[in-house]
Design a protein around this ligand. Structure first.
Ligand SMILES: [Zn+2]
Length: 181
């Protein structure tokens, strides 16, 4: 059934059919449909403008509860969207290497490097340059991938974690955590 047909059916069952039944009942029976409908409408309308008295403290309590409830709902909504949005971000290519991690209480945990060519976990070795500097050499034992990074091996994880947090701060991470990529 297409949209147009569904719309037609809705008009028939929702408006035309009740109208026909109403006219039939109005004309051929003693039940006064129009009068009954009119009274119902008046009654419902009356509910909106009806006045009644409540004590001031009850009114204040209702106002405070409403504000508290509203604020709570908004806060919870904002927090869950923020949390959920970056909790899905657990893999990215940083410094030319793929990295995978988990989240625990807002911190990156279990960070592991992955070969960008074959996703095998590479070995990170210390390498020394002339003039003397300690750099990281990432070597994949599964394929021939090898990359040297001008970062001290002891500082590599810290650098990556800082970059992860930077991408969250700027919102760059969002395209990485979407299911399409
Ligand atoms: Zn590899």
């Amino acid at each position: 059934m297409n949209k147009e047909n569904r719309k037609k059916n809705l008009i028939i069952t929702g408006i035309i059919l009740p109208l026909i039944v109403g006219i039939f009942v109005e004309v051929f029976t003693t039940v006064e449909v129009v009068n009954y409908l009119f009274c119902t409408l008046i009654y419902i309308g009356g509910l909106f403008i009806a006045s009644f008295s409540i004590s001031v403290w009850l009114f204040i309590l209702i106002v405070i509860l409403s504000i508290g409830l509203g604020a709570g709902v908004v806060l919870l909504n904002v927090r869950t969207t923020q949390e959920n949005s970056y909790q899905d971000y657990t893999i990215d290519r940083i410094l030319g290497i793929d990295w995978e991690w988990s989240w625990y209480l807002g911190d990156v945990t279990g960070l592991i490097p992955l070969c960008p060519e074959c996703s095998y976990q590479p070995v990170i070795r210390n390498e020394y340059t002339v003039p003397y500097r300690e750099i990281s050499s990432i070597e994949c034992e599964n394929c021939s991938f090898n990359k040297k990074l001008d970062v001290h091996p002891g500082k590599l994880e810290e650098r990556v974690i800082k970059e992860i947090h930077r991408k969250i701060r700027t919102g760059e991470y969002e395209e990485k955590s979407s299911p399409e990529t």
